[in-house]
Design a binder for this molecule. Structure first.
Ligand code: ASP
Length: 350
């Protein structure tokens, strides 16, 4: 350095100074104490003609209730992990969504649920797969994260652990709903699996399978910590033992304070093959994509061409909320501490 001409030294110091300043500006864009939560209730063939006004109202009310539960936790100074858990619990307890009480059936006529949660501050994560006696699967995912050295527990092992930690267990009959059983009956014996809310024709009969969905939430708390969680019954008529993208960290669920938190919904196999949520995070981190562009790239240029369908919700490190989907609709909503909020099902607007 000693021999470098003075002018060159000056240029080097100006460049490094600029870098520091711009980094600082990026970090400073989240308002101190601001917070936000975004949720989804599944994506798929969600079109206005499939829903009565009363049904639309029921979905809106439940999404609002879930959003408010998570928002209240954040408003009271709670952490993002507790906020997403509160929001997801409400959707799991509702038969409107394909998670917990409203879980869909596999081809054998049983329910097998998956859930995951991730802490963007520590990169800790917990997940459960193939369970059917835990009332709120997201709570079991949290127990795996907080109280074991593992990330993913399946079946009986997950249930034994949840029980040991006092999570509410139920008989599998708790998850019975006639509507779900009817959905399965229309597909059983066929090779088709469907997203819960995908409508399609078999021998000219409209398969009314589009009205419920996987649930997920992402939140950023006052301290800037991001968390993401997802809970699902999977896909109607899936094979016994099938595990989807939801409990695969990086596929359907991911959070990292350096980039964003994401929860996905859609045909899980494609989200696994593209490692969708982590791919979005990496595009933001390494390729400097905006969250909008990163979501668009993964959904439309990676998942779509493979034949996959679905959507993702995202909160970035600045506390900004994004969502996108390549299906006709996605149940979704967000609420921010600056007073902005929205609930939507069909049209693709922020
Ligand atoms: N992604 C879920 C799965 O494949 C389904 C959904 O999002 O509705 O298990």
């Amino acid at each position: 350095m000693k021999n470098l001409p003075l002018a060159l030294l000056l240029i080097i110091s100006i460049i490094s100074c600029n870098e520091k300043t711009s980094d600082k500006n990026i970090e400073a864009t989240k308002d101190p104490n601001s917070f936000a939560i975004v949720i989804h209730g599944g994506a798929g063939g969600i079109k206005p003609e499939y829903f009565t006004k009363a049904q639309q109202e029921a979905y809106t009310q439940k999404l609002e209730e879930a959003l408010n539960a998570g928002y209240t936790v954040l408003d009271n100074g709670g952490i993002s992990l507790d906020a997403i858990q509160a929001a997801i619990n409400i959707m799991e307890d509702s038969p409107l969504f394909n998670a917990g009480k409203g879980a869909v059936y596999n081809s054998d006529g049983n329910q097998e649920m998956d859930a995951a949660i991730m802490d963007g501050n520590t990169l800790n994560a917990g997940a459960v797969a193939g369970i059917n006696h835990i009332k709120n699967p997201i709570l079991a995912a949290r127990i795996v994260m907080d109280s074991s050295k593992h990330v993913l527990l399946s079946g009986k092992g997950a249930e034994i652990m949840a029980k040991k930690y006092g999570i509410e267990m139920v008989d599998s009959s708790y998850f019975f709903t006639e509507k779900r059983m009817n959905q399965l009956k229309k597909l059983q014996g066929k090779t088709t699996t469907t997203l819960d809310h995908t409508a399609f024709l078999i021998k000219n009969e409209l398969i009314d399978d589009h009205k419920y969905g996987t649930v997920g939430a992402v939140a950023i708390d006052k301290n800037g910590n991001i968390a993401a969680g997802t809970s699902t019954g999977g896909m109607t008529n899936k094979k016994y033992g099938r595990i989807g993208d939801v409990p695969i960290i990086g596929a359907g669920t991911y959070a990292n304070n350096l980039t964003c938190g994401i929860s996905a919904t859609g045909t899980g196999e494609y989200f696994i093959r593209t490692v969708a949520a982590h791919e979005v995070s990496n595009l933001i981190k390494f390729k400097k994509f905006s969250p909008d562009n990163a979501l668009n790239e993964v959904l439309f240029n990676q998942i779509g061409p493979l034949g996959g369908e679905g959507g993702m919700i995202l909160i970035d490190k600045h506390g900004d909320v994004y969502w996108d989907f390549n299906s006709s609709g996605m149940f979704r909503g967000y609420k921010k501490s600056n007073g902005e909020s929205k609930i939507a099902m069909f049209e693709k607007m922020k």
